[in-house]
Design a protein around this ligand. Structure first.
Ligand code: PEP
Length: 252
């Protein structure tokens, strides 16, 4: 099964306007002048979405948010609805990033609800899962991922509207990564769980990204694994050169 790779950048809570625009323009310029056989997505903070949309005009890079509320509108101070993201020109939203799960106590049930709302608004979702260092040391990685997939991926998920991102929490921003064999084992187990949940046809087409300290120098090894269909990149997405070099090293 050939799945086109997705190279996704999660800028997190970084960049003011000038910096964000320069970064987006640099990335868009590099993508425009090349023939990468992959899809691109960048997810700036909410404050920059409208501005970055303009910088990406005419580019094949999709725009995404980093989170979304499940309600269409109403009394939810400080939140952003799926329709608002769609209205801004977003094609995607990340949901259930471990930093949301930890900082905002988000659980699978809420993530599932957000995903359904995002899909209903016509947004694609990148649903994040992954184990803590303690869970890994206790040999629970696959169990944790299975349970997160079962709980947070909605029944309406399709290969078109949903991307899974496996992000071991202990690898995020630490410079540590699992071995290639470990990554492939977990991704294969995730796909097996998706087969049980969504059926073979959907699961085999669904992209499963790896995230956690992906850099230009490890991208080739990690992204050439059979069940790794791209990367969700934090730190290295803040440098246009690194982000593009990851694509260069991982996509033909
Ligand atoms: C992330 O937060 O999604 C991430 C993978 O971060 P980093 O690449 O910096 O580890």
């Amino acid at each position: 099964m050939v799945r086109k790779k997705l190279i996704a950048g999660n800028w997190k809570m970084n960049c003011l306007s000038a910096e964000g625009m320069a970064l987006a323009k640099d990335v868009a310029g590099a993508v425009k002048g090349s023939k990468f056989d992959c899809d691109f997505l960048i997810c700036p903070p909410f404050t920059l979405l409208a501005m970055i949309k303009k910088c990406l005009r005419g580019s094949k890079i999709a725009l995404g948010a980093q989170d979304v509320h499940f309600a269409e509108k109403g009394a939810h101070t400080g939140d952003i609805s799926p329709l608002m993201l769609k209205d801004l020109g977003c094609g995607y939203t990340i949901i259930g990033h471990s930093e949301r799960r930890v900082d905002h106590f988000e659980k699978d049930e809420l993530i599932n609800k957000k995903a359904v709302a995002a899909h209903n608004a016509g947004l694609n979702t990148v649903i994040c899962i992954g184990e803590t260092g303690e869970q890994r040391d206790a040999g629970k990685t696959i169990k944790v991922c299975e349970s997160q997939i079962k709980g947070s991926v909605p029944d309406d998920a399709t290969a078109k509207n949903t991307v899974i991102a496996y992000e071991p929490i202990w690898a995020i921003g630490t410079g540590k990564t699992p071995t290639a064999a470990d990554v492939e084992e977990v991704h294969a187990a995730i796909r097996k769980t998706l087969v049980k949940k969504l059926g073979k046809a959907t699961a085999n087409k669904m992209r499963i990204l790896y995230g956690g300290s992906v850099k230009p120098n490890n991208a080739k090894e990690l992204l050439s694994l059979p069940d790794v269909d791209g990367a969700l990149i934090g730190g290295a997405s803040l440098k246009a050169e690194d982000f593009i070099n990851i694509a260069k090293n991982a996509c033909k």
